[in-house]
Design a protein around this ligand. Structure first.
Ligand code: FAD
Ligand code: DLZ
Ligand code: SF4
Length: 516
């Protein structure tokens, strides 16, 4: 029995379930670069290069191991432009007895794979993606019957199940979560670890030219591309992070600083999401570094929580609630995404910094995504789907199963609290506390209202007023609503009017700054 085994662009793992049991004498692997995957959102150019170059390197590694790979390039003659078309063409070429696919990381492609099972006229085996701590069914079983889901509960369960940072059934150090220790702002002049770079090799250079030719109008800069595109390089990046970034990762996890897009973050999400690294090996390495005394516990726990906790949890939420999850709009937000998300033309320094990093590196760290661009979209009432498509397009690590719950659930509360316990709404005071942005901003973070006052302040109170009926019962917002209770109606109406005026005419927000 011969098999055609499909490997998608985010399935670049030698342990992929679709490759298990491969018979090199009879089987063949199909990998296809297709225009549809490159353009269903306007992916950042670095994201396109990352996926295509990593795919080419992975195909090369398979070939070197003696596996027959049918690799369709974007510019191969006859390329149909879609995964559906390329699978059908490959079946005609090779006439295998069966098709084997690992479940894709996106609902749209999962539907396609299920359609293949009904329509291709040969057995199509859809295998579980085993590159996670938990399968989709594990989350479903945990979630069933629970009124409320919280990451922390799922995380503790997985700590027990995996034994990570556990001793005799108890969390090491006597606490599950060291988050309270992880909220320091960056001291002035603090030395940051040098970032390990992976300059483009010949394969990547060729892909860069292809991407410029085919997707030249997409967002983002290609110059400076230095993401790891092979497992060997991804492992080197992991080593480097454990040695230089992880020791202070915990302390400064939530910090932001001008001109410093990376701080102590790992930059490992693209390698994890493409399959070049396995989350289990990454967590085990972080745990070993703590056990060897190379990193403090708040760093190891904070880092492991992101991967074992958040990453597994958001995946569970995505598969459990799709397809309806994509259409959530609990706060009935309808404004269009402001053009400055694409152009970077904004007088708000914090937003400009986040978008500059996004444009230059296809990267912004978590707090920038959540508390700057996400927070602005939440406070301004931007239509969730527009925000979500933006995040899917602009980050090198953006794959829908992880991007969508982070955006709709965590950043803009479009799911009404299925995923997170409260909207992450914050005024300028939070940004001022965690960064050095406000000092050099055209706006005044100490002022609450009026022209020149920090827009986050002006929008924050209007957001709470606008959503009072839905949010005032949330215990985590009780303090803010107690303050608002003292406001006379006329003051509330003025705050709403001021926020609307600011958002109806974006001139003041766009300001004179031009980034692109
Ligand atoms: P680090 O800070 O070094 O964290 C270590 C690892 O933990 C990351 O590599 C990542 O794998 C994992 N992680 C951390 N936070 C999360 C989280 N909230 N959810 C899932 N995994 C997490 N992450 C993506 O991988 N892809 C996305 O498309 C994506 N979109 C996001 C959109 C929004 C609006 C927000 C608020 C967050 C999003 N995140 C996404 C989560 C997080 O911002 C990124 O994982 C992180 O910034 C990646 O950088 P890093 O590797 O340096 O992370
Ligand atoms: C993101 C992406 C891009 C840009 N291009 C391809 C491609 O040409 N071929 C492919 O197999 N996969 C690509 N991908 C990744 C898919 O879109 C990915 O499988 C989905 O994001 C689902 O996880
Ligand atoms: Fe951002 Fe407001 Fe600070 Fe300016 S003053 S950097 S807009 S938080």
């Amino acid at each position: 029995m011969s098999a055609l085994r499909l490997v998608l662009g985010d399935q670049l793992s030698h342990e992929l379930s679709a490759l298990a049991g491969l018979d090199p004498a009879r089987d063949r692997v199909l990998m296809a670069e297709v225009a549809e995957e490159g353009s269903y959102v306007a992916h950042h150019k670095q994201k396109l290069v990352l996926f295509l170059s990593a795919m080419r390197h992975f195909a090369g590694e398979l070939s070197a191991r003696g596996v027959a790979v049918d690799y369709v390039r974007l510019d191969s003659p006859g390329n149909s432009g879609s995964l559906d078309g390329e699978v059908r063409r490959a079946l005609d070429r090779h006439r295998p007895d069966r098709l084997i696919v690992t479940e894709p990381g996106e609902w749209r492609l999962q539907q396609l794979a299920e359609r293949w099972q009904r329509t291709l006229g040969l057995p199509v085996e859809l295998r579980e993606d085993s590159r996670f701590f938990t399968g989709r069914a594990r989350f479903a079983a945990w979630a069933a019957g629970r009124r409320q889901w919280r990451m922390e509960h799922f995380y503790r369960l997985l700590r027990r199940e995996t034994g990570l940072l556990m001793q005799a059934g108890e969390p090491v150090g006597g606490r599950w979560n060291w988050d309270a220790e992880n909220r320091r702002s960056l001291p002035k002049g603090m030395a940051l670890p040098p970032r390990r770079r992976f300059p483009p090799d010949a394969v990547t250079v060729e892909v860069m030219a292809l991407v410029e030719a085919r997707f030249g109008r997409h967002f983002g800069r290609l110059e400076g591309f230095d993401w790891p595109v092979t497992r060997a390089d991804a492992l080197a990046a992991l080593d480097d992070f454990i040695a230089t970034g992880l020791p202070a990762f915990g302390d400064y996890q939530d910090a932001m600083a001008s001109g410093q897009p990376f701080l102590f973050h790992s930059l490992l999400s693209p390698a994890l999401n493409l399959g070049l690294l396995d989350p289990r090996e990454v967590c085990r390495r972080a745990e070993a570094a703590w056990r060897d005394g190379r990193v403090p516990l708040n760093a190891a726990e904070g880092f492991i929580r992101q991967i074992l906790g958040w990453r597994e949890y958001v995946r569970g939420v995505y598969w459990h609630l799709m397809p309806g999850y994509a259409d959530g709009n609990a706060l009935q937000a309808t404004r269009p995404l402001p053009a400055f998300y694409w152009t970077g033309q904004t007088a708000m320094r914090c937003v400009g910094e986040a978008i500059r990093s996004t444009r230059d590196h296809a990267y912004a760290h978590h707090i920038q995504r959540l508390m700057i661009t996400g927070n602005f979209a939440l406070l301004a009432g931007i239509a969730p789907r527009e925000v979500e498509r933006w995040y899917l397009a602009v980050y090198a690590d953006a794959v829908e199963w992880v991007e969508m719950p982070n955006t709709l659930g965590m950043a803009v509360f479009a799911d009404g609290g299925r995923m997170a316990s409260k909207p992450y709404a914050a005024s300028g005071a939070y940004i001022d506390r965690m960064s050095d942005f406000c000092g050099g901003c055209a706006f005044d973070v100490r002022r609450r209202s009026g022209p020149g006052a920090c827009p986050f302040n002006r929008l924050y109170w209007a957001f709470l007023i606008r959503n009072e009926a839905r949010l005032s019962g949330n215990p985590r917002l009780a303090l803010a609503y107690r303050q608002l209770a003292a406001w006379p109606e006329v003051r509330k109406a003025a705050a709403l009017g001021e926020a609307d005026a600011l958002l109806d005419d974006l001139d003041e927000l766009e300001g004179p700054a031009r980034l692109l």
